[in-house]
Write a protein that binds this ligand. Structure first.
Ligand code: SAM
Ligand code: MG
Length: 221
């Protein structure tokens, strides 16, 4: 039996992580990626930055774009109270199946709502599907060419409000230049760059946060 990378990662979690212990699931994934195979989780170094922005924001509604194996979902939700609404979107059904098991192993299945599908199709349905009006925190970590269209879509759907924080991973590697131009040039947001490294490497990378300074609307477009 030949397993694909995401299944090998899941196997490492099942063997090495303590059931019901999110920190142990995170540690098992990081150990696997540092010592066996690279995988595209946000990783430990940028993960610590993600943790600090999540804690600073203290959100009650959270959206993640790009679940992959569930590493960042576990990372974020281990920090937030059970009443937090957390929705994560993943378009690849094989990754979604792995993520469900990783999240279950961490004991967070009741706190995480994983939806299969493409961000462009699902973002406009958030209000109808979940009754969510705005997200306090959004983590962008899906394909980089979706960052700019998806932030505009979130704005157009009225899903971001004053104080909403959007944190985007990999803004240098692989990079999202049009997205960076957009968030850095707008007067409606304040943005901040967190310098770091591509997960499990010494390659320069970073996260960009964008905090909305004015009330949300359909942004006049
Ligand atoms: N956030 C994850 C973590 O740190 O553990 C890593 C996410 S990985 C870098 C990107 C994921 O986004 C892939 O699993 C891919 O299938 C998914 N994806 C890419 N574009 C997407 C889209 N438009 N809608 C939904 N999922 C998408
Ligand atoms: Mg990433």
């Amino acid at each position: 039996l030949v397993l694909v990378l995401s299944s090998r990662l899941l196997q490492a979690v099942c063997i090495n992580a303590v059931r019901g212990n999110p920190d142990s699931v995170i540690a098992a994934i990081d150990h696997f990626c540092q010592n066996q195979e690279w995988a595209m989780n946000v990783g430990d170094e940028k993960g610590a930055i993600l943790d600090s922005v999540v804690m600073e924001t203290s959100p009650s509604t959270v959206l993640e774009l790009g679940t992959y194996c569930g590493y960042s979902a576990v990372r974020i939700m281990r920090l937030l109270p059970p009443a937090t609404r957390f929705i994560t979107l993943e378009m690849n059904p094989d990754y979604a199946a792995v993520a469900r098991q990783v999240i279950q192993h961490a004991g967070l299945q009741d706190k995480v709502c994983l939806v299969e599908g493409k961000s462009a199709d699902l973002i406009p349905k958030m209000a109808d599907m979940f009754g969510i009006r705005t997200f306090d925190f959004v983590f962008f970590d899906h394909w980089k060419d979706c960052y700019l269209p998806d932030i505009r879509l979130l704005e157009d759907c009225g899903l971001l409000d004053q104080g909403s924080v959007v944190l985007a991973d990999n803004v240098l590697c692989p990079g999202a230049p049009e997205y960076l131009d957009y968030v850095r040039s707008s007067l409606r947001f304040s943005s901040r760059f967190y310098r770091s490294h591509l997960e499990y490497t010494r390659v320069l990378d970073g996260l960009e946060s964008r905090t909305q300074t004015g009330p949300g609307s359909h942004c006049g477009r």
